[in-house]
Design a protein around this ligand. Sequence first.
Ligand SMILES: C[S@@+](CC[C@H](N)C(=O)[O-])C[C@H]1O[C@@H](n2cnc3c(N)ncnc32)[C@H](O)[C@@H]1O
Length: 339
Amino acid sequence: MNSAIKTLFQHQHGFIVSKIMFTASELGVFDLLKSEKLLTAGTIAERLGTSPTGMERLLDACVGFKFLRVERKEKEGLYGNTDLADLCLAKTSPKSQYNYMKLCSEFFYPNMHYLPDAVREGKNQSELIHGISSDHIFDAFSRSEEGLQNFIDGLGDSWSLYGKEVLSAFDLSNFPLVCDVGGAVGALAKECISLYPKSTVTIFDLPEVVERVKKHVVFSQEYQITFQEGDFFKDPVPEANLYLLARVLHDWGDEKCVQLLTKLYKACKPGGGVLISETILDEDRTGPLVAHLYSMTLMVFTEGKIRTASEFSGLLSAAGFKDIQVKKGSVCNAILGRK
Ligand SMILES: C[S@@+](CC[C@H](N)C(=O)[O-])C[C@H]1O[C@@H](n2cnc3c(N)ncnc32)[C@H](O)[C@@H]1O
């Protein structure tokens, strides 16, 4: 098969790869194998309450995609986690992506079905997905306790993978007061404090989010994290030396982004700045592929979009920020603008 045909085949079936990983995660395979190391398919099936044949086939597929490994002893296979599974795929993994996979599997996966509608109409499909017309994906999630919890927990997971990279792209040690605007579950705030222990971080988010985060997330004493409830379009934001704005602008159109950035510019202490963390589209708009994945997702669920570095610079300049610098990372990038 030539490489173009191989690419075609791979992408035609890409959604099945996601579903294999989500299914093993949902059934608890990675968690069981993280604690028990090597088990036969029969034992895994029994412990997780599934059929032995179904489980064996799922385990073999997971081995094929390198989520699991297998040691064959005579006729029996002993299955175990790969390093990737131990690190990221179990609930108790040190860099667990369990909640994000749950959000992808239960929400993004079925609703990407509406992509052709979004392209046809040029607007998000929240009316079809949630039964309400809304500019922001969040309005729909916040209507149910469980939906809200899944959303904020899911988003938090990725910062254990990319948080340090984003926060160390620039030296932020001279910004003692940090405000994480739309900081949700505080995952980036925690990474910020661990890298810059002299900083204090205020998480500014909608009241319903702050209420849940305070109730369900344990912030140990060593984290200098405080909370402020509010709507960043309507309410004042706290004064700070540095505003973190991670994966917030991609939810909004240009006008609203400039409105928010202008508010931050006015509240920012002299010499301070804003650190935007987003996936960035190349200037020729052909890649990276992860930017296209997010671009399509945002089209279905929000009024926002993925932007190029020069588009971010334009938004920051329109709000008054200067000395704009961009540092590219593996998935999430860092853009710093100064007051
Ligand atoms: C896509 S999430 C990003 C969360 C977090 N920064 C991260 O990267 O994991 C957007 C966040 O913005 C918050 N948000 C949305 N609209 C808001 C508003 N009007 N005022 C304050 N926060 C808002 C949401 O509650 C949510 O936590």
